[in-house]
Ligand binder design. Structure first.
Ligand SMILES: [Ca+2]
Ligand SMILES: [Ca+2]
Ligand SMILES: [Ca+2]
Length: 352
């Protein structure tokens, strides 16, 4: 038993005085207590529980609006489908032909236009035919070559502005005018073609002009635009074999050239335009030749005669433009061509 002790205080068993808590610690304690209390009583407190609670609360508060929105949405959708079906049914009622082209609506390829008109025979009626982005055939260069005895040859360089459209046929005439712009004479109506994106010379030969012409104008009377897909320009390599001045009546020089077909098609009616320039780049001679039935990789000679004197011809001054109207089915040989089928629908053959 411990006896009461008087005098000096015995501090051996005394517990230390608790440290005073900081405001921060007190706040944390209080928050923890609140959270524990909330969890214990099913009240929100945990962040995920709280989010779920807010989400549910949103749907409860806005329930009416949400229902209304869903109803309106479904209503509009049903109306749209119903309208489309009704329109299709009414339009295709037996016997209806809204554009009076004798093709019933149900079979009408080109509503609003006459389905029977199909000038280029590609099963797309004229009214629904696609139109090229531009039909402007630009003139890049005009050359008039005097061949003597009041006769002139003309070569006008033009450009097809469309990479996916060609022209076939292209019908044109060339008019020679004097220094006052007055017409001296015109060529006959000539026929050519323009390949997609092509720059080429349109020519006219032997136009009579009793006055010195100073300008030549191109007038295009027909340009039938045709669309192509995955177009690859037909490639021919043309070169000079020989150029000789000859002493023959009606002939000044004879040019022999050769062309090689680097395409995978056998072509017919290949056209070669021969252009001779002097050292200054001036066109001094124009001529033209054709090659029939040229198979892939085949090489063929052609010969042209220049009737009138040309001065200053060098081999470097001779150039060629060789092409073929790929839009004409008769340009393709020994290929089974179905009516209406065109170049762009052929599958290129593998060269032998
Ligand atoms: Ca019709
Ligand atoms: Ca029609
Ligand atoms: Ca058509």
């Amino acid at each position: 038993m411990k006896l009461p002790f008087f005098g000096k205080k015995d501090t051996s068993e005394q517990t230390p005085k608790p440290r005073k808590k900081t405001a921060k610690e007190l706040a944390a304690e209080s928050a923890a207590a609140r959270r524990a209390h909330a969890l214990e009583h099913g009240l929100v407190g945990h962040p995920e529980v709280e989010r779920e609670y807010r989400r549910k609360r949103f749907f409860v508060v806005y329930e009416t609006w949400i229902r209304a929105g869903i109803f309106v949405g479904i209503g509009l959708f049903v109306l749209l489908i119903g309208g489309a079906i009704t329109f299709a049914v009414i339009r295709n009622l037996p016997g209806r032909d809204d554009d009076n082209d004798s093709v019933l609506n149900v079979n009408d390829v080109c509503p609003g236009f006459d389905d029977r008109l199909d000038e280029d025979d590609d099963d797309v009626p004229n009214g629904c035919e696609e139109i090229p982005p531009s039909t402007e055939i630009a003139t890049l260069e005009t050359n008039i070559v005097n061949r003597g005895q009041d006769r002139y040859d003309v070569a006008i360089k033009v450009r097809n502005p469309n990479q996916e459209w060609g022209v076939s046929p292209l019908e044109y005439a060339i008019h020679l005018t004097d220094s006052e712009g007055a017409l001296i004479n015109s060529s006959t109506r000539l026929k050519a073609y323009l390949l997609p994106g092509q720059e080429k010379y349109l020519t006219a030969f032997n136009i009579l002009a009793i006055k010195q012409p100073v300008a030549a104008e191109l007038s295009i009377s027909l340009a039938d635009w045709i669309k192509v897909q995955n177009y690859v320009p037909p490639l021919f390599a043309t070169s000079t074999v020989s150029y000789d001045e000859v002493e023959e009546p009606g002939a000044f020089a004879r040019l022999k050239g050769k062309a090689i077909n680097h395409t995978t098609f056998t072509f017919d009616n290949i056209r070669v335009t021969i252009l001779i320039r002097d050292a200054a780049g001036k066109l001094i001679g124009i001529n033209q030749s054709g090659i029939e039935t040229l198979r892939p990789s085949e090489e063929r000679d052609f010969i042209v005669t220049f009737a009138n004197e040309i001065a200053g011809v060098t081999s470097a001054g001779i150039s060629y433009e060789t092409d073929v109207d790929v839009f004409r089915n008769d340009s393709f040989v020994s290929t089974a061509v179905v009516k209406g089928q065109r170049f762009q629908q052929f599958t290129p053959q593998t060269p032998p």
